[in-house]
Design a protein around this ligand. Structure first.
Ligand code: UN1
Length: 509
């Protein structure tokens, strides 16, 4: 793989010496953001970050663009998103490789992420003809009542490093068919993925002679703060930590803006005594080790029936011994590096805390070094026996640390699964119909996602994605998540020649 060729094909000019340009010509030169690859620690490129003046110009352009875009019929907006999906198909290999190189996830998962973008575009195209509202029967004669959905305006998307392209696309594809314009503030850890995506979408918009500002990019954390306070932005879709999400939520609520929050998860798989253990091992390992444990949906806890505990943990530790760690672009490897050295430090701190709080490691962790691992970001996935109430187990550590614990009754397992502050994804592995249904019932999992015989990660775009409690309550992607990007209007039309009042109220003059 030649990264410079890939960058060039994605429209990012770079000489690998720290000078490179973003595409958004509205960006001014206040400061720069350097992108390092966790694969080898090298500088990939440096881009300009957006200063206050640049931000203001982007917002004004977005406001103007909205006046145009909201009047374009939704199916025509869908046609633009269809072309965007086609452009992504053409760039899938390059963009997937850039995701892998800049973020560190395996090439397979990088490609999967671009596929997720393509899938949501297809979904959004269909949706552009299905932004349905209900009609109601009026209680008054010769009156018609119905509701319709209108675009909101500027939708800001603040995304995280772990899904540097897909989460933006989930939001953008839906927001655009809904008639909104988008301004994206990507993670400063993966700015080049964002520039590449912006180039792709900008080209499609330009080819259709659409005004600039329908989809824009701003970079640098200062822009995130400006957005939260900005009354011109009716909706902020934020993906990131619970800590930052809490601040975003409070600030935006303070100005009566709306948020879609996708915050931390602490996802568990219950492995029942009726589980297919071979299948459960694969689900657990992919869930814990995929994306090096840096998915919101990563499996962090296994709640295992006591009768299969020894058998299952033996199989699991054997499987861990097979995991190949190294260059994520080499398809023989299962797991690449963590995003950066701060993440490595957080992983080490958590391991320390597990030990202090009474945990016992079945598979030890540690930082890897040696040929090809010089970035210092490669770590060993580890497994610790813990109790659910440990403080560290109640937190989300964005790293491949898997906690195992025992249960004896299914009610107890469900209780443990729910007994964390987060509520994103959950799963049960069982061939027992009764306990599967119990897990899915109102007294079962309290998460936004609950799976049977599938792990916690790897959701399809067709369902609504998001979680409860400290995960923030937002929903993105499929089902009717589009409603979160629109405002609802109730309309009542009187075609009679009198003015009857609702509730039978008399008001005669
Ligand atoms: C995230 O980790 O922020 O279900 C999103 C999954 C992916 C999306 C994860 N489709 O694991």
């Amino acid at each position: 793989m030649n990264i410079n060729d890939i960058l060039t094909r994605l429209g990012i000019t770079s000489n690998n010496s720290g000078t490179s340009t973003g595409t958004n010509k509205l960006q001014s030169t206040a400061a720069t953001i350097t992108s390092y690859s966790p694969v080898n620690g090298e500088v990939i490129a440096t881009i300009q970050s957006t200063d206050a003046e640049g931000y203001e110009a982007v917002m004004q352009q977005a406001q103007q663009a909205f006046l145009y875009w909201r009047a374009v019929p939704a199916p025509k907006r869908g046609e633009i998103v269809r072309q965007f999906g086609d452009a992504l198909r053409l760039h899938k290999a390059d963009l997937g490789a850039l995701v892998s190189y800049e973020m560190g996830k395996s090439l397979q998962e990088g490609m999967g992420e671009v596929q997720e973008m393509i899938d949501i575009c297809d979904f959004a195209v269909g949706l552009s003809r299905q932004l349905y509202g209900l009609t109601m029967h009026s209680e008054r004669p010769n009156h018609r009542m119905y509701e319709q959905w209108h675009p909101m305006g500027i939708v800001s998307i603040i995304s995280a490093f772990n899904f540097p392209v897909a989460v933006w696309a989930w939001n953008t594809a839906l927001a655009l068919v809904c008639g909104n314009v988008c301004v994206w503030k990507p993670s400063s850890k993966t700015p080049l993925c964002a520039v590449a995506c912006q180039n792709i979408v900008a080209k499609v918009l330009k080819a259709n002679d659409l005004p600039e500002g329908i989809s824009s990019l701003v970079t640098g954390n200062a822009c995130g703060n400006l957005m939260n306070e900005d009354k011109r932005i009716p909706l902020i879709s934020f993906t990131g930590s619970t800590r930052v999400g809490r601040l975003v939520s409070a600030t935006v609520a303070g100005r009566f803006g709306r948020t879609i929050l996708e915050l931390g998860g602490n996802n568990a798989i219950i492995i029942s005594d009726s589980a297919d253990l071979e299948m459960s091992v694969i689900g657990a390992v992919f869930g814990a080790v995929g994306t090096a444990g840096q998915r919101c949906t990563s499996t962090r806890r296994l709640i295992i029936h006591e009768s299969v505990y020894n058998d299952f943990t033996t199989k699991l530790t054997k499987a861990y011994a097979q995991i190949k760690i190294g260059d994520p672009l080499n398809e023989n490897n299962h797991m690449g590096p963590l995003i950066d050295k701060d993440a490595v430090q957080a992983y080490l701190n958590s391991i320390e805390k597990v030990k202090q709080q009474g945990g016992r490691f079945l598979v030890e962790g540690g930082v890897l070094n040696g040929a090809g691992l010089e970035s210092g970001c490669y770590v060993k996935p580890c497994i610790a026996e813990v109790e659910n109430h440990y403080e560290i187990v109640q937190e989300e550590t964005f790293a491949p640390i898997l906690y195992v614990m025992k249960y004896s009754r299914i009610e107890e397992a469900i209780q443990m699964q729910n007994d964390v502050p987060q509520g994103l994804s959950s799963a049960i592995m069982t061939l027992n119909l009764r306990e599967a249904e119990q897990f899915l019932s109102a007294s079962g999992s309290d998460c936004g996602i609950a799976n049977v015989n599938i792990g916690t990660s790897g959701a399809e775009i067709g369902g609504a994605f998001g979680g409860e409690k400290e995960t923030g309550g937002g929903r993105e992607s499929g089902s009717d998540a589009w409603k979160g990007y629109m405002r609802r209007q109730t309309n009542t039309i009187n075609y009679s020649n009198t003015l009857p009042l609702a509730q039978g109220i008399k008001f005669d003059l």
